[in-house]
Design a protein around this ligand. Structure first.
Ligand SMILES: Cc1cc2nc3c(=O)[nH]c(=O)nc-3n(C[C@H](O)[C@H](O)[C@H](O)COP(=O)(O)O)c2cc1C
Length: 266
């Protein structure tokens, strides 16, 4: 398989750097091709601005969605963005690796998504009718690919449990899993989460590394999180609400978008 690992940590000697090396070594040992986008090392430009659209007249109002769609359609996205799009199209599996910072991904990685997941490429595609509402949530340009997060946290596992003060990890990661990866079509595997990352001794690291190697060995067969497909009949169109007869009575929130209950973190 071809694996793209997008890495968002400023320090190669960090725990995240060590885990990345473990993942890449295991994937290569298994004969997979690996490309790493090391965002800090690449000096990745994280913010969308006018410089992303050099063909926009200097006095023209910047409308980010429209500018992105026009530049994508005309093949005029900047070279750094086009290179990342090529890597995404090349990959069978996309891994995003990052330390949890303020309950989400570091800004540089969010900026990678914002710039690379261009309009006309990752969103704003497909027919809108009374049967379909675009190619998204299970359909889209990344359909057929698998995606997975590798995340480290400072907080303990219980802090991210069903009643934990930080909120359940599956809920915190839902916008990334469902809103960023499932949206353009990826099948999303349960995340690899390493809790209490600041407290790891060498035995703890080896245990964590072995758990990560096991996840790399099972990338092809791990069942994805069973998100419901938007155009699969479970949602009212155009309201985009789950049909009232589906889901547990009274259920609401993120969990209703799963077609069955699962424990998703490993
Ligand atoms: C800016 C910043 C924000 C952080 N926010 C969180 C957070 O929201 N939740 C958490 O559990 N840990 C948080 N942490 C701790 C990091 O997740 C933790 O230090 C990291 O996962 C350890 O991996 P590393 O050694 O590779 O950096 C934060 C750390 C920084 C620097």
């Amino acid at each position: 398989m071809k694996v793209l690992l997008v890495f968002a940590h400023p320090e190669p000697r960090s725990l995240n750097g060590a885990l990345r090396d473990v993942a890449v070594a295991e994937l290569q040992r298994l004969g997979h091709e690996v490309q790493v986008s090391d965002l800090y090392a690449m000096g990745w430009k994280p913010a969308i601005d006018r410089a992303d659209f050099p063909n926009l007249a200097s006095d023209e109002r910047l409308l980010p969605t429209e500018a992105s769609k026009a530049a994508f359609g005309a093949g005029e996205l900047t070279q750094d963005v086009r290179d990342e799009i090529d890597k995404l199209l090349w990959a069978d599996v996309v891994i995003l690796q990052f330390p949890l910072w303020w309950f989400s991904m570091p800004a540089i990685l969010k900026g990678w998504v914002e710039r690379v997941f261009a309009c006309g490429f990752a969103y704003g595609v497909g027919e809108h009718s009374d049967k379909r509402w675009g190619n998204r949530y299970g359909e889209g340009v990344l359909a057929g690919k698998r995606a997975m997060l590798i995340v480290t946290t400072g907080g303990w596992e219980q802090h991210y449990g069903p009643r934990g003060i930080n909120g359940p990890i599956d809920d915190l990661l839902f916008p990334i899993h469902h809103g960023i990866l499932f949206y353009p079509g990826c099948e999303v595997l349960p995340p690899y989460v390493l809790y209490q990352a600041g407290r790891l001794d060498s035995v703890g690291f080896e245990t964590a590394a072995e758990r990560l190697r096991a996840r790399m060995r099972t990338l092809a067969e791990t069942p994805p999180i069973p998100y419901r497909r938007q155009n699969g009949g479970d949602y009212l169109i155009p309201a985009m609400e789950l049909r009232p007869e589906l889901g547990e009575p009274g259920a609401e929130g993120f969990a209703v978008h799963l077609s069955q209950e699962v424990g998703s973190s490993a």
